[in-house]
Design a protein around this ligand. Structure first.
Ligand SMILES: O=P(O)(O)OC[C@H]1O[C@H](OP(=O)(O)OP(=O)(O)O)[C@H](O)[C@@H]1O
Ligand SMILES: Nc1ncnc2[nH]cnc12
Length: 179
């Protein structure tokens, strides 16, 4: 993990959002800072510069902002993983839980061809429930998930460890202990 105090200082913390007891790590302040945004995207893509990556999958909504930038930088296609009911064509769907709720996510069944090399991108990993669901969907349609990357890790919630236990290499740029 690259531990970068500069970009870490641009993440804002909001107590008791969206529920009492949650410390919300708000990356909108990082995104609004041009240098921090560029640095974060550069750091996320760094290990795969020059590697073969067919698709980048981003998780709605914050994962779209980063995933689009990462896909562009890697000259890869972009695949949206969306909250249920938003995609127009045939989908695969899975229920999942996250730090402060439950939901269902979907992906177009033809978004990735079997064997294609895919990197999963989101802003933050907490319990890992969201990313685990996304990896399961990608694998269900035959994707080779070569890595998952996130700006923020909340290691006490165990999400990165959960993904590594699924044989997914994980890259994160900063950690907030004690979530
Ligand atoms: O590791 P987990 O416990 O699963 O939590 C992480 C997820 O929670 C947030 O998304 P959220 O569902 O709040 O959606 P948003 O991007 O639309 O705000 C975040 O962007 C991750 O996708
Ligand atoms: N603590 C947190 N801050 C921001 N996004 C999150 N998604 C899940 N947990 C979160």
């Amino acid at each position: 993990m690259t531990f970068d105090h500069d970009i870490k200082a641009t993440v804002r913390t909001i107590p008791d959002y969206p529920k009492k007891g949650i410390l919300f790590r708000d990356i909108t302040t990082l995104l609004a800072d041009a240098r921090a945004f560029r640095r974060a995207v550069d750091e996320l893509v760094h290990p795969w510069a020059g590697a073969k990556v067919d698709k980048v999958a981003g998780i709605e909504a914050r994962g779209f902002i980063l995933g689009g930038a990462v896909a562009h930088q890697l000259s890869a296609g972009f695949v949206p993983i969306r909250k249920k009911g938003k995609l127009p064509h045939t989908t695969v769907r899975i229920a999942y839980s996250l730090e402060y709720g439950i939901d269902e996510m979907e992906m177009h069944a033809d978004a990735v061809q079997p064997g294609e090399r895919v990197i999963l991108v989101d802003d933050l990993i907490a319990t890992g429930g969201t990313a685990e669901g996304a990896v399961k969907l990608l694998r269900q349609i035959g994707a080779n998930v070569v890595a998952a990357c996130f700006i923020v890790d909340l290691p006490d919630l165990g999400g990165a460890a959960k993904l590594r236990a699924m044989d997914v290499p994980v890259r994160t740029l900063m950690a907030f202990e004690g979530h």
